[in-house]
Design a protein around this ligand. Structure first.
Ligand code: NAP
Length: 634
């Protein structure tokens, strides 16, 4: 492994932006000397203490100096990285996360770390199945977003025939559809990316253009475009029990009807696919311009306009600060404030020096992703788990309260000169009950602007001219923007999916979506769902981790179907029911299960239909490979 030339000045600049624990791990690879991580300079708690992990500035500088000399010596000697033993790697893992790495979690962490270049989410090999058998099995995938493309790539690797259908003109799903100003990912990109497809991200949290380009490049690189049916909207999918195949009806954007057929159907349409407009009286009477955040009308010039915004969720949180810069006035209607998660680097570009470290310093990038993975993963889960003995009106455990106080202090500090806004910006529900929103200060800064007004009075109705609030005030607008979210619990809306006996999923679910592992549904054989019921995560890991687990599992199912000549597999009802009972019990323990707090995590009956309540390790283990006994084959 060679390190490219760099001037002393540039090297010092690069080291100045290093994540110190990852740098120390990298130095161990360069020297083979573990003494460096056995001293007093060590990370403490990655989440609360931030990226410096509680290491003092003096100690950080000491490590940078050591790194400078070590890298110079390594280069001068034409260095070779040390062979580290399994125990050495384990010690490094424990050092980085400042906790023991035990049992199966250790296994997951080491696989995720991927020092051996292995595939973290490898499914069972298809090698023993004759290529003809694989090629004669066809899979239809609906949705060309992050999960659908991943399934396509894995199927292609195994020589299985497939087609990916998408209503849109290109791949990218959510990153194609959401183009509102300020749109960006709020999971760190070094983790919000496929485990086997790293990328030199320009920012820690990239905008929609960068994300879209990543998925477009992925489709190109793996030759998936030949398998795409774009501009094609599926209206129905029905399982033909006699033939054991799924038949789909669709329409191309030009109006032409088309049909597809496959041995298996993978639904990869996501949870946040169809915009939701609120049921507010008079909504259609507004005579100005009105649109939803996910259907942004870019040809509308917002400069100088009077704009009303409904909602303060993740989308509005990002576009309000942007439109406020050009609008005449922005009036934001807030029903419930979100908890704000301070993220100073949220909008920052990754400095040149950090790119250099990530790309050229041996193993630095691997350890950095590892740290991000853990600190944004299991490290946070405890803070949103209910302690039954805890008695407090707005928190659910001591840890939850501790983090709440930090977040509250952030709001107080930001709004020191605007005490009138403080109460409105501090939620009265436990942290984690709704999605917490990252912010580098931009949101509160925008609320402090003279041309931005926060209205907490409830909306009574929408009129021809604007919004009437329940406190009697009338607001006039030129433009109304709905930041009101998505029909999350209406999975697959508006498609009609028919399983055994012609029963629709709508009839089967009765408004209460459930699946086994979020993936399979009794009476809907050979149907596999990605990002299905109860696979959303609130605080731990990233959704790509879950997609990779799900696709690994589905590949296992498809392998079983082909290998064993069992054309149809159907999830056992008792297995499904027991699993869902366990899911419900888990969700009741979590902040998002808090009764009385309404979110897109719950369905109309108040059951949490979207979220996974356990650790990512648990999901990783459960979805490792399908258990034949969970299914009936015919
Ligand atoms: P959302 O989180 O569901 O927020 C909808 C907002 O509209 C809430 O503030 C809600 O208030 C409000 N609202 C709904 N109906 C209303 C009514 N009748 N009157 C007044 N207010 C009403 O939707 P979103 O902001 O589009 O975000 C959805 C999800 O998409 C996020 O949670 C996240 O998972 C994802 N997302 C991610 C990113 C990212 O990665 N950066 C960006 C955007 C979205 P209540 O809270 O009172 O219900």
């Amino acid at each position: 492994m060679t390190i490219p030339d760099l001037s002393d000045e540039k090297l010092r600049e690069a080291l100045a932006c290093a994540h110190i624990p990852s740098l120390m791990a990298s130095l161990v690879h360069l020297t083979g000397n573990l003494a460096l991580i056995r001293g007093d300079i060590r990370p403490q708690d990655g989440f609360i203490l931030g990226p410096d992990c509680g290491i003092s500035e003096a100690h950080q500088q000491h490590i940078r100096d050591v790194a400078f000399d070590t890298i110079r010596t390594f280069k001068a000697q034409g260095g070779k990285t040390a062979e580290l033993s399994k125990n050495d790697i384990l010690e490094l893992c424990e050092f980085i996360i400042a906790a023991p790495v035990e049992g199966p979690y250790g296994d997951l962490l080491q696989r995720e770390l991927g020092l051996d270049g292995g595939d973290t989410f490898a499914h069972d090999s298809f090698e023993d199945i004759p290529p003809e058998s694989r090629a004669s099995f066809c899979v239809v995938i609906v949705g060309a977003g992050m999960s659908g493309l991943l399934a396509a790539k894995r199927l292609k690797d195994e020589g299985i025939d497939f087609i990916v259908i998408d209503k849109n003109a290109d791949v990218g799903g959510t990153w194609l559809e959401n183009t509102y100003p300020g749109c960006r990912v709020d999971s760190a990109n070094h983790m919000y990316s496929y485990s086997f497809e790293p990328y030199d991200w320009p920012q820690h949290f990239c905008d929609n253009h960068v994300l879209l380009a990543y998925f477009q490049r992925f489709a190109d690189k793996y030759g998936l475009r030949d398998h795409l049916a774009l501009n094609t909207e599926v209206s129905s999918a029905a399982f033909d029990e006699d033939a054991g195949v799924w038949r789909l009806e669709a329409r191309r954007s030009g109006g032409e009807a088309v049909r597809f057929e496959g041995n298996a159907l993978i639904m990869a349409t996501g949870q946040l696919n169809r915009p939701r407009l609120p049921e507010i009286q008079g909504r259609d009477t507004f005579s100005g311009i009105a649109f939803h955040s996910a259907r942004w009308e870019h040809d509308q010039n917002l400069t100088g306009k009077r704009i009303g915004v409904i909602g303060t969720g993740a989308s509005a949180f990002q576009f309000v600060p942007e439109i406020a810069k050009v609008a005449g006035d922005v009036t934001v209607f807030q029903r419930t404030p979100p908890w704000i998660l301070p993220t100073p680097e949220y909008h920052d570009f990754i400095p040149e020096g950090k790119h250099w470290l990530l790309n050229h310093l041996p193993f630095y990038g691997k350890w950095y992703r590892f740290w991000v993975f853990h600190s944004a993963g299991e490290g946070l889960l405890d803070s949103v788990r209910r302690d039954p003995a805890w008695r407090n009106w707005r928190s659910i455990s001591a840890k939850n309260e501790e983090v709440t106080r930090i977040l509250e202090a952030f709001v107080h500090e930001q709004l020191a000169d605007r005490p009138d806004l403080i109460n409105a910006c501090i939620p009265a529900y436990p942290l984690g009950a709704k999605r917490g929103l990252r912010d580098n200060g931009a949101w509160l800064e925008s609320l402090r602007r003279d041309n931005v007004h926060l209205v907490t009075a409830k909306i009574d109705s929408i009129s021809e001219r604007g919004i009437c609030a329940q406190d009697g005030r009338d607001f006039e607008f030129d433009v109304l923007i709905y930041g009101t979210g998505f029909k999350a619990s209406d999975f697959f809306f508006p498609m009609e999916i028919r399983g055994r006996g012609g029963k629709t999923l709508e009839q089967h679910w009765q408004g209460d979506a459930r699946a086994y592992l979020g993936i399979t549904i009794p009476e809907f054989p050979n149907l596999f769902v990605l990002y299905g019921p109860n696979t959303n995560i609130v605080i731990n890991a990233s959704i790509t981790f879950f997609s990779e687990c799900e696709v690994r599992y589905v590949m296992g199912c498809i392998r079983m179907l082909i290998d064993k000549h069992r054309s149809v597999m159907d999830c056992r009802q008792d297995v499904h029911d027991a699993y869902n009972k366990w899911i419900d019990q888990g969700n009741e323990q979590m902040a998002w299960g808090t009764p009385g707090v309404s979110t897109w995590y719950k369905n109309a009956a108040g059951r949490v239909t979207q979220n996974w309540p356990y650790s990512m390790l648990e999901f990783w283990q459960q979805t490792k490979s399908p258990n034949e006994a969970d299914y009936q084959f015919s």
